[in-house]
Ligand binder design. Structure first.
Ligand code: F6P
Length: 551
């Protein structure tokens, strides 16, 4: 019988887990069709769904049955996932290559984490609250004595993507007296476009950089400083316009930021897990401190669930096990994130860093090459825009793509009929992936539309949609700080689980270093026009072309 999932490829991944052979044989003998699974079990949707706080997950449209689900949970136990979860919260050195804990949970669920972090976290949050209140109430003044009207967050990667995504998503909770902007790229157009519309008298810059050594952030911060000085702000007045968030206090002071204006970051919080720390300052500026607090509370709901729930009911673990299943037994390499909520349009970009910077690894915890695939390629955009773009490939392409649909039950605008169309399209897409369209259906449709039998036979194959393609659907009661906090924490913990299942460290990112280092060597070659002969001819020719136009 044909294996519906993977008729052409054999399983190439290899794991030493005792349950792996069992899972593999279940995968090889699997011949069920999703439509049949639903027909056989009217309670399937109920059986394969979970609720945590304001989040509901329907994972029934997946190629699993009780045996497979059971075997996946056995794999999780073989990988000692429950112990790893406890290790995360206990502050064990789960980031083994940098000898650090990863205690982002301590920022929102301190009661589950080591008590010595609590005072530091509390003090940092108090500093965020004070600063935000000073700006919101007009007590913080620019160098000419005017209240601040605009904040520009200068940071990149984890010091940009999370705060930017949250501020965009929670527009409905925005503080009306302050505009928050973001500049990340080393392309000067990014900062220049922001500055164009801003007044140096009333603009506050947040220099957000855990390391305070990131090229993009340093150059944008220097440009912001020049902008203020050119306007007439004196050196000693710059403190009215700069605050920093960093774990490198001395570098921030050296840059010229008053010590009192520096908020802490810690080595035990990874950059891409840091929006809950003072790196979330732009969130608190944009939405008010109370809403920032609500975001943390939402994450805490997911943290407690992840900490306490048994594997089968553990939402992050279940999502991770599903990804593990498809990746390791059916060759899936791609994951689409499709939020059917306009204001979650930055979510895919945020999750790209969270997921791909964490899981894009080629060796295990001990440094040995992996015998299996690790992180998937994650991408996506907001629905329904994606439907008019890449959904064609999801429905009829030959590539295998995992899909997470995300929708809000309550609308975010007063346009109710829009919301029903939006929701209908979200459900329609997952139903189309599941059910597809057979040759017979396509043929009949063509006849009904007036085509001859001959024409219908020729066109029908092009209209066949195979279906039987999996998806998850996540529903938020409403897009609120609480539900968003839970959603982000859900994906953070899913990534952690995959790190455990794939036996890799999801908290380092050594792979990003080489390109940056080479860029630093190429910069002088570009500006001087002098290039070592030992460099390859492509690099030398590109330097000659870009160097010439850059002068
Ligand atoms: O590009 C890698 C990276 O280190 C990310 O992990 C990090 O979020 C980003 O750069 C920014 O780093 P920093 O906050 O230290 O400026």
């Amino acid at each position: 019988m044909t294996n519906n999932l993977d008729s052409n490829t054999s399983i190439k991944d290899h794991y030493s887990y005792p349950s792996w052979e069992k899972l593999k044989s279940l995968a090889l003998s699997w011949d069920e069709n999703l439509t049949n699974l639903f027909a056989k079990d009217p309670k399937r949707a109920e059986k394969y769904s979970l609720s945590v706080g304001q989040i509901f997950l329907d994972f029934s449209k997946n190629h699993i049955d009780e045996d497979i689900f059971e075997a996946l949970c056995e794999i999780a136990n073989d990988a000692k996932l429950p112990a790893w979860i406890q290790a995360l919260y206990s502050g064990d050195l789960v980031n083994n290559t940098e000898h650090r804990p990863a205690l982002h949970t301590a920022l929102r669920t301190p009661e589950l984490c080591p008590s010595e972090k609590q005072a530091e976290v509390k003090a940092a949050l108090e500093k965020v609250e004070t600063l935000v209140n000073e700006v919101h109430t007009g007590q913080w003044l620019g160098h000419t004595g005017k209240a601040i009207t605009d904040v520009v967050n200068i940071g990149i990667g984890g010091s940009d993507l999370g705060p930017r995504m949250v501020v965009t998503a929670l527009k409905a909770f925005k503080n009306k007296s302050l505009e928050v902007h973001f500049a990340a790229n080393i392309d000067g157009a990014d900062l220049a476009d922001q500055l164009e519309a801003l007044n140096p008298e009333t603009t506050l810059f947040v220099i957000a950089s855990k390391s305070f050594s990131t090229l993009e952030t340093r150059e944008n911060a220097l440009a912001a400083r020049r902008w203020l000085l050119n306007f007439g702000c004196k050196h000693e007045q710059l403190q009215h316009h700069f605050v920093a968030v960093s774990s490198n206090i001395s570098a921030a002071i050296e840059f010229g930021i008053a010590e009192n204006n520096i908020l802490p970051m810690w080595s035990w919080v990874g950059g891409r897990y840091s929006l809950w720390s003072a790196i979330g300052l732009p969130i608190a500026f944009a939405l008010g401190f109370d809403n920032f607090r609500r975001l943390l509370d939402g994450a805490a709901v997911m943290d407690r669930h992840f900490h306490d729930a048994p594997l089968k009911e553990n939402m992050p673990a279940v999502l991770a096990l599903l990804t593990f299943w498809y990746s390791s037994t059916q060759g899936y390499e791609s994951q689409a994130i499709l939020p059917y909520a306009q204001r979650l349009n930055r979510l895919p970009a945020y999750l790209q860093q969270l997921d791909m910077e964490s899981l894009g690894k080629r060796v295990n915890h001990n440094g040995n090459p992996l015998d299996y695939n690790s992180g998937l390629i994650l991408w996506g955009t907001e629905g329904t825009n994606g439907q008019h773009s890449f959904h064609q490939l999801l429905h009829q392409g030959t590539r295998k793509v995992l899909v997470d649909f995300i929708a809000s039950i309550k609308p975010m605008s007063g346009l109710d009929s829009h919301h029903h169309y939006l929701s209908a399209n979200c459900i329609g897409q997952s139903q189309a992936l599941l059910a597809g369209k057979s040759f017979e259906q396509a043929y009949e449709e063509l006849l009904e539309s007036g085509k001859t039998e001959d024409e219908a036979r020729k066109i029908a194959p092009h209209k066949v949609i195979p279906g039987n393609r999996p998806s998850n659907t996540l529903l938020l009661e409403q897009l609120t700080p609480e539900s968003l906090g839970s959603l982000i924490a859900l994906y953070e913990h899913k990534v952690y689980c995959l790190g455990v299942l794939w036996d890799l460290n999801p908290f380092d990112q050594w792979g990003v270093e080489l390109g940056k280092q080479l860029g630093m060597k190429i910069y002088p070659a570009l500006t001087s026009g002098e290039c070592p002969d030992s460099w390859d001819s492509s690099t030398r020719s590109l330097i000659a072309k870009l160097g010439a136009t850059g002068k």
